[in-house]
Write a protein that binds this ligand. Structure first.
Ligand SMILES: [Zn+2]
Ligand SMILES: [Zn+2]
Length: 285
């Protein structure tokens, strides 16, 4: 397939095609979890149901902010505004690679901010409070966080001048990677170590879901893990030692149910220092 074909496909890709792609990816990983699940989850369907309930409010937000997002991309392309125009890259392959790297770094910055800015953490902690991590955890995003995430994504495309086709082309990798990294299985250890030199893997993202700091504040990667390696936030630990959730929000029943987990951002924020009697675990690099 020629690059020009890819550009015209991703320029004209419809919401329905993107949705069908996401559903296909979910079904593949759900089925793989059935065959090679790493952790046993006897309440798998209840977990699916409670996480799936986040899809409706998140979709409403996506549609509303999506209008603004498309207007922003069109503004940049009409006025030749953004870093990519300043760099003057004309070759479409080079343009895609640079846009990919820029957006991936921006997503890393956004994720880091959600852990460091208390107002953002209020909403992002809902994703982390999931007592089980599987493919359905990917859609467990508080609608308040969806507003923040899409707001930042709009800012990134505005600053970078990313063309629509490059954004949607990258999104296919991003969607696959996000569902894959939340899935309840791991790569064989040796392969994980090699793939994890450059890319995010299920094992590396599972560590991000470990209940104790500072592991929760590690491996912020979206698709590429290189940013964590560069900025000193990369961590590894044994998969068998992982416990999902948050040390600061240990009420599993409350975290399990949609109607109680969705209210978590509006409660008093608890910090690890407030509850820890002992020193935080040391991160092994
Ligand atoms: Zn996080
Ligand atoms: Zn996650």
């Amino acid at each position: 397939m020629k690059m020009s074909d890819l550009i015209s496909f991703f320029t004209e890709v419809t919401d329905m095609q993107r949705l069908m792609f996401a559903v296909t990816v979910v079904l593949i990983f759900w089925q793989m979890e059935t065959l090679v699940a790493f952790k046993n989850n006897p309440k798998r369907w209840s977990h699916l149901w409670n996480n799936a309930l986040y899809i409706l409010p998140d979709t409403l937000v996506q549609v509303a902010v999506g209008i603004f997002f498309i207007k922003t991309i069109n503004f940049d392309q009409t006025h030749h505004w953004g870093l990519l125009f300043l760099l003057g890259i004309k070759n479409p392959v080079a343009l895609f690679i640079v846009s990919f790297l820029m957006l991936d770094f921006c997503e890393w910055v956004y994720h880091w901010l959600t852990h460091k800015v208390p107002f953002f953490w209020r909403f992002h902690l809902v994703h982390h409070s999931d007592p089980i991590v599987d493919v359905t955890t990917t859609v467990r995003e508080h609608p308040g966080e969806t507003v923040l995430r899409l707001g930042f994504t709009t800012l990134w495309v505005f600053l970078t001048g990313t063309p629509l086709w490059a954004y949607f082309f990258r999104q296919f990798f991003q969607i696959s990677c996000n569902f894959w990294c939340h899935s309840n299985f791991v790569l064989p250890e040796k392969i994980d170590k090699y793939v994890g030199l450059v890319f995010n893997t299920p094992h590396l993202h599972h560590i991000h879901h470990h209940y104790r700091h500072p592991y929760t504040d590690s491996n912020y990667a979206d698709v590429l893990i290189i940013w964590d390696r560069l900025f000193g936030t990369f961590a590894r630990m044994e998969e068998k030692d992982l416990i999902y959730g948050l040390e600061t929000y240990p009420d599993e029943d409350k975290n399990w149910q949609f109607h109680t987990s969705v209210a978590l951002p509006f409660q008093t924020l608890i910090y690890p220092e407030d509850i820890l009697q002992e020193q935080p675990q040391e991160v092994k690099y």
